[in-house]
Design a binder for this molecule. Structure first.
Ligand SMILES: *Cc1c(COP(=O)(O)O)cnc(C)c1O
Length: 342
């Protein structure tokens, strides 16, 4: 099988496993795991923040990051396709009692005017007050799209002017960095809170880090423990993430090339399904047209290619460490043929 369902399906390489095996560890609930501390320190430095908190998942890092900025009964504004709104099982509402207001976007890209039109920081006794704005970069359901930097800056200025917090869901910020050359710190410093993920394109088995001020991260530590997310000798996992930072960051460019190869192959059969020039990172979203997405995914699976049906007419393919550009092109041929075979 060529597995393009997600970049989370990668398995740790022998080198990564070795690094994990020999990791120095301690009790992270006492903040005494040297490898976790090193990961948090290095990630914070990379993103231009004071402190970091290693978390089991990106969903947990987002949950904590948003909670730092938004009190129960307040709202966070995000786009209609945001992972925090669509794919975190309602945790922000179910656990933290906050609401979300979503604004339309094209391919997940920030529309500063659309946010400005709804943002209401001190909404008074009748309406919900906005406490934060959240942005995703790259945008998952948008097709791995990279947020234009000037828009992130403009939205940050709006947040400062209106006194609301600014959260970045940077699960794939690494891909944005590699695609654009914008340094990680230049992205990170725009935001009050940032989450980055090590178990996607970077290929570590587990983990995300939340970045913010030292005071905020102290609060997030309490929330993490409260939610049952305190962990002990987590340095074994942090070692995988550190290894990924050292060895798997630059190679994300290969995943971007593989995604382009996949998209080109699909478009050679089914030009209306995807515009290959719009594929800039490791995610390809296909419009399956008249054919239900589940049918496309099922037929592709029968021929050895795994993709995800994420909407009635939406199929997603994601490239990663465990798939070559040639395999991606082969997969694109198979999916393209499926799209045109009825
Ligand atoms: C995968 C992902 C997350 C976090 O997912 P977990 O499965 O909880 O680690 C957050 N945001 C985006 C955009 C993602 O793609």
């Amino acid at each position: 099988m060529i597995d393009l369902r997600s970049d989370t399906v990668t398995r740790p390489t022998p080198g990564m496993r070795e690094a994990m095996l020999s990791a120095a560890v301690g009790d992270d609930v006492y903040a005494e795991d040297p490898t976790v501390n090193e990961l948090e320190r290095r990630t914070a430095e990379l993103l231009g923040h004071e402190a970091g908190l290693f978390c089991a998942t990106g969903s947990l890092a987002n949950l904590l990051g948003v909670r730092l900025l938004v009190e129960p009964g307040q709202e966070v504004v995000c786009d209609v396709g945001a992972h925090i709104a669509r794919a975190e099982m309602g945790a922000h509402a179910a656990v933290h009692g906050l609401t979300m207001r979503t604004v339309p976007s094209t391919n997940g890209l920030v529309e500063v005017d659309a946010v400005a039109a709804v943002i209401a920081p001190h909404a008074g006794p009748h309406l919900v007050s906005t406490a934060a704005v959240a942005v995703e970069n790259t945008h998952n359901f948008g097709g791995g799209t990279v947020q234009p930097y000037d828009r992130l800056v403009a939205l940050g200025e709006l947040c400062v002017q209106t006194g609301v917090g600014y959260h970045l869901d940077g699960a794939r910020l690494w891909n944005a960095h590699v695609a654009t050359g914008v340094v990680l710190e230049a992205y990170g410093r725009l935001f009050d809170t940032v989450s980055v993920c090590f178990s996607k394109g970077l290929g570590a088995p587990v983990g995300s880090v939340l970045l913010s001020s030292a005071a905020n991260i102290s609060r997030a530590r309490i929330w993490r423990k409260r939610l049952g997310g305190g962990w002990r000798q987590a340095g074994i996992l942090a070692a995988g993430a550190l290894y990924a930072l050292d060895h798997h960051l630059d190679r994300l460019a290969d995943d971007h090339k593989a995604a382009a190869a996949f998209a080109n192959a699909v478009a050679s059969w089914a030009p209306t399904a995807v515009d290959p020039t719009a594929v800039t990172t490791n995610i390809v979203v296909l419009d399956t047209g008249d054919v239900p997405a589940a049918q496309v995914a099922g037929a592709a699976q029968d021929q050895g290619v795994w993709v995800s049906a994420l909407g009635p007419r939406m199929v997603r393919a994601v490239t990663h460490l465990d798939v070559t550009a040639d395999e991606a092109a082969t997969a694109g041929d198979i999916v393209g043929r499926v799209l045109t075979s009825r």
